[in-house]
Design a protein around this ligand. Sequence first.
Ligand code: ADP
Ligand code: MG
Length: 208
Amino acid sequence: MDFDTTLAEAWIRAIAAAVEKEQARLTELDSAIGDGDHGSNLRRGFAAVLTALDGPRPVGPGAVLTKTGTTLISKVGGASGPLYGKAFRAVGAALPEPAGPAAVAEALAAGLDAVRALGKAEPGDKTIVDAWTPAVAAFRSAAAAGASLPEAAEAAAEAAERGARDTVPLQARKGRASYLGERSIGHQDPGATSTALIFRTLADTTAA
Ligand code: ADP
Ligand code: MG
């Protein structure tokens, strides 16, 4: 199985559905250590992405992801819009067609680089980076060991979910949550949680 246009579009549509379903939870997490808009930010962004994908059909999996990123940048005002927007644009730009597991791993790594270039967060700062970093590492090592796309994506999803849970004891050092200082400790980071959703939907989509 390769990562083709159909799979790219199915993944993005699955993210939109997952964001819709988990909106309240993401908002609740962001209410604890932010301003309570992470769920609505992503919901608005991915609703616009669905509309964009219903328009002129992007050609190739990279173009689907690039269009997703561009739409998120233009529609989401919060920190997560530009961060995820740049990430999807970078994944899209790095994705060859067709892409096997190793190429997808490198494209996802390019997405992480884009998040870090824009947000300047290090692992351990309680951000998107804390879920995306272990997901890329797991995807890469699974692909290197000869895993199929669904197997590598499953390993990445589990690593992202662990990474998101592991943000609970961390003190936020980037973004709005950092204003809380030590009071950010004891809560799961909203952005790391939505990153885990993004990788979980990739695993579900490739396995379907
Ligand atoms: P805002 O903080 O502007 O309200 P959101 O609520 O949509 O935006 O997104 C908040 C999430 O963005 C945080 O939980 C965190 O994971 C992520 N985030 C914030 N700043 C950064 C950064 N510099 N690098 C990576 N992720 C970040
Ligand atoms: Mg917020």
